[in-house]
Ligand binder design. Sequence first.
Ligand code: BES
Ligand code: MN
Ligand code: MN
Length: 463
Amino acid sequence: MDSIKDYLEKNKDRFIEELKELLKIPSISADPAYKGDMLKAADAVKVRLLEAGCDLAEVSPTPGHPVVYAEKIIDKNLPTVLVYGHYDVQPPDPLDLWDSPPFEPVIKETKIHPEGAIFARGSCDDKGQMYMHVKAMEYMTQNNELPCNVKFMIEGEEEVGSEHLDWWIKENKDKLQNDVILISDTGMISKDTPSITTGLRGLSYVEVEVTGANRDLHSGLYGGAVANPLNILSQMIASLTDENNHITIPGFYDKVQNLSDEERSKMAEAPFSLEEYKEKLDIKDVHGEKGYSTLERGSIRPTLDVNGMWGGYIGEGAKTVLPSKAYAKISMRLVPDQDWKEITELFKKHFESLAPDSVKVEVKPHHGGYPYVTPIDTVGYQAASAAYEETFGKTPIPQRSGGSIPIVSLFEKELDSKIILMGFGLDTDAIHSPNEHFGIWNYLKGIETIPWFYKHFTEMSKK
Ligand code: BES
Ligand code: MN
Ligand code: MN
């Protein structure tokens, strides 16, 4: 396995060029205008998987965007690793905040990435991290280092809630049988502190619509006498959290698992500088639920956030108007054992009850997902830990993340598998934001570490 370093040295320029090619395809799953590019990206992934040594690769249709499935089965008696990733990306908006166009990848140096980072939408989330697995596969097949069977499942709807995946997984249950699922779609603490993600938050996403009068009104003639839906919506939203930043929806915390003092003090050992955190975000102070640290607020506690709010006049200059309608998109991040369907119902009931008779309110649920926490005493975790030790010379720290990958709990439920989250991104890589980037160092380190996981997992499985 020591030849991985040489292989990387010889091939890294090509590895970077290939990723750039993939990043040029605007595979935006949320926008129907990019349906053609979604197919183009799926096909490109399929071709690359075949080139990397898979015996079979196909673009498998769903009622939404297709899934790319590929495999190399070398011996039915050996373990099987199923790699999951996604080829879809978030919309790049707002475009004017990008320093270079989102689908024209460029390499630039940053303070954290002196070796250079690839700037493009999807560079870190998730094309760059997914492609590490394709190149690790190439290395293993080219150098006779593939110790077990491999399956790839690269989907195109992760950024829109993996709506059709439930159906696709049930449909392909036999084909997906595996001994462990390996995913690189999260982050790590820092370049010199490797970590393995042991938890993800769930999600409930809703949209609300508040209607006042049946038409927009002159704010002088009617203002003060008729409800302004924007004012009312702001008040309703403000009442969803109290003075301790506790969420006020009745029953919201009922199923939240509280961590023991021991677990919490273990968490507090992870390296974290609040001063640096604030400085990087240019904020004077942090904000959140009373009684919890910043790390806890961002991982083991549930949240409620307005993602967007609109209505009325937002054009140039001033217009005096009482809008007829006001809207907001609200997300709630959930932790074990909150059930996103139940939480969505609780939100709906509560939000409707908040509305005064002067307005009508409608709550439209969007997508959601279940939270996930994995133990660390599994073969998969131990193999991942050993892999990081090989390439970082350090034992990785288990860490729960605040983000969501709805498919993960579905995998556990449907396939009864353990999921290992080996992320190589950094929090500062600006995923979902303008100027998303992925460090070249991180990209190559990922390709170097993955084959070690296969080796240790296969060896440890034999015992
Ligand atoms: N890869 C992210 C999730 C993530 C990022 C987890 C970093 C942990 C660390 C994923 O692509 C994502 O953005 N998920 C969405 C959920 C989805 C339903 C839109 C999210 O977390 O907002
Ligand atoms: Mn992702
Ligand atoms: Mn994402």
